[in-house]
Every structure is written in C-alpha cells, then in structure tokens.
Design a protein around this ligand. Sequence first.
Ligand code: UGA
Length: 453
Amino acid sequence: MAKFTISVFGLGYVGLSTAVCFASRGFRVLGVDTHKERVRSVGAGRPTIYEPGLGKLLAKSIYRGLLSCTADYRRAVTEALATFIAVGTPNKADGTIDLGSIREASRQIGEVLRGKEQWHLVVIRSTVTPGATSQVVKPIIEDASGKECGTDWGLCMNPEFLREGSAIQDTLRPDRIVIGEHDKRSGDHLENLYKQFHRGDRPPILRMSLTNAEIVKYASNAFLAMKVSYINMIADLCERIPGADVSEVANGIGLDKRIGPLFLKAGLGYGGSCFPKDLKALQGFAQNVGAHLPMVNAIIKVNELQPSKAVELMKRFVNSLKGKRIAILGLSFKPDTDDVREAVSIKVIKALLDDGAEVVAYDPVATRNARRILGGRVAYAQSALECMAGADACIVVTEWEEFKRLRPEDFLKTMKTPVVIDGRRIFDPKNFQDKVRFAAVGLGTSDRAPRDP
Ligand code: UGA
C-alpha cells in the first residue's frame, strides 16, 4: 500500500531525483513537466539524464505503479496531498534569477487549488533568492486560488543539496533536511512526510523561516565554491614555487577538523548548472539589496581565470598551438554525469580552437551533449587511447575513473609528443614527471621534468 501521494513539478535533475526517491520509499508520485518528450520518456522508464542508479530505480518505481508522469498539472495537484516545485531557475542576462517557471507553476497550482477542497501543501524545492517564496510564490497562489496561505493551504521552502553524479544517494541519505515554513502546520506536515521517507535512519531536520531556508541554500553553495576557489588560489601559488604541490598542501589543510578535506581538490575550476548560476544570482541579489559580498566576487573571479591554466601550463612545453593536435580527456563538468552546462571543457576547447589548435575529445558519456555546443569544430574519439593517438599534447579536464587508470606508457605509446597536462590532479607526479613532459594544476616545476628539446 502506497503512503500518500505527492506531485513534483519539473522533471529535471532535482525533480526527477526527488520523484524517483520518494517512489522508491513507497510514496505514490505524479511527475509533471511541460516538455512532452520528457514526460513520455521518463514515464516509459527512460531517464533523460545520465545519473548513476537513476535508471534502475525509475524502472522499478514505474513497474511497481508508484511513479507516473503527466503533462496534466490539474490531475497532479488534485490527486496529491503535497506538491514539490522543482522547476529551473536560470539566470537572466544580467545575472539575476529568472523566476518565470516558478511563477507559472505557482499560477497553475493556485488555479487547481481554487476548486480543491482539501488542504494542500506546496513545497519549493528549486533554488530561489531570499524572499521569493513569500513575496512571489505565495501571492501568486493566493491570487489564483482565492485562498489564504496558512489557513487553506500550506507553504514550505525545502532546498536540495544533491550533487549531480550522486543525486540518488544524496537524496536518499542527505546530511540534513532544511524545512523553511510559512506556518507550523505546513512545517509539521513536511517533517512528517520526511519521517515516513527516512523511517528509523533519519538525518537532522532543521526548521526555520522560509527566507532563512532560501539563504541556507545560497550560503551552502557559495561556501563550497569558496573552498574550491580557495584551493585553486593556493594552487596558483604552488605552481610558482619549485617542488610545491597543492595536493599535499590540501591534505595538510583538510585534516584540520575545522576545515575538512572535502571540496579542496584543485583543478581547472568549478562548472555545472549550480555553482556558476547560484553565485551570479547571489551577486545580483546582493547588489539589488545594497549588500556588499566581496568574497563572492572573489570566488567568481578566481573561477573565471582557472580554465586558462590548461593552456598556460601546456605552453611550458608547446610554444605555438597553431596546427597542433590537442587531446581533451573529459567533457562533462564533473565525472559520472553527461551534463556539460558551464563545463570547463567547453571553455578550454574554445581557447584552443581560437589559438589555431586541432582538438580531439573523448568523454565516456557526455559527447552527445558537448557536440550540441561544439558541433563539428572538434573531432570526437571513442576511447581515451584513440583520443591521445598522434596528439601533440593531452589535457585531463574531467577526472573520470577510467582516466585515473592511464599510465605514462599509454601516453608514450600513443602520442606524437607525450605532453600531459593534469587539470584535475589524477596522476601521481612522481610516476609521470620522469617519463613524460608533465605539468599539473598546483604543481611547482620540478628539475626532474624532461625538458623540451
Ligand atoms: C552542487 C552542490 O555540491 C550540491 O550540494 C547542490 O545541491 C547542487 O550544487 C545544487 O545547487 O543543486 P553539483 O554542481 O552537482 O552540486 O556538483 P559538485 O560536486 O558540487 O561540483 C561542482 C563543481 O565543483 C564541479 O565542476 C566540480 O568539478 C568542482 N569541484 C568540486 C572542484 O573543482 N573541486 C572540488 O574539490 C569539488
């Protein structure tokens, strides 16, 4: 027997993971999306994104009759006790948040609530700027429904903290659940829903105001992005000191419990659909309310410069890129996803093409998405070894597991000149420096490195 029914508006990363995980824990879930093809595909058990574990769980939920997808938002609100809004909140041209889809979903929910007798809970799962839930969502639903929030229907803001590549695990086993509540009844309802979801093994549940929950989400992402930009800043320092190595420095820093080891991996910068978007939205929001966030500006600045490291490090060995064949390992913004939104690979490849290089790229799953952006200007290989074949230099842009297994001999054997740039610190410098021309983010020059003839 299913627990109660929930509906989820938006079947992108967040919505689909939320929908599938609730269904896997015995809830009946109705997924709603305006993209007809997405509704068809997900409804038939075919995820529209690559995410480890998602396909299996989706198929199982559909087979058990617990998850169904529809474009009919009326049915999805009428039949459910609670509706999660997980639609996209992209940036406008000026960097501030675009709440267009949130407004539309709110209007649709309000329209249905007008004719619904039972109390209904609306939960904002999308990332929205502080104040949006109470100043945008609430009045739109109240207007469209003619009903009062807190009396006739409830409202919560429940940010998600899931990472692409581990979205299912993060949703099933989050570090904490943050519930921003308009009123106590709304918060009690959502807490109760999560108690049923997590049963005995429950993460801490924090209850707070709607606005504080909205701020928690931005402050979390900004803090994590700050750790990444911080270590990339230290990496830049290390590159200028012979014998220095940011990986060892990061280990030395991270074991301090006050700092922690996670998100201290130096690389070519952060990408994806969250950090770049959220940091810019926070910057734009702060400006509008007259707040000064110099650290957020610095995080963004460091990250904007970071992809250029790839070419900068390569120029230690290759003077002119004109006509050189450069192999790119990894196109997705991080491993275990096919997402190329704001991916560093795109920036690196564009810079290489602008300098007259020929680019050949390989990614285990993201080639199709990258091709949509880069088109035929890049050659796409079927394997890492094929990508490296005949290349003048190779840059590791994404730290896929299969790249970690490459040995110096693989580069020596296949490449025209074995210039290897480790943009994600996956190789042991001690093993590579003696055998190939090796440079890495955050690695100071070594006297042991073979020199250009
Ligand atoms: C991020 C947050 O980690 C999630 O908690 C949050 O819910 C999500 O945004 C969101 O707002 O929806 P995600 O963007 O999927 O998740 O991926 P991360 O694992 O955070 O990585 C972001 C970027 O930082 C990647 O490009 C990654 O390569 C880079 N990164 C991460 C580093 O360069 N070094 C690190 O040590 C960690």
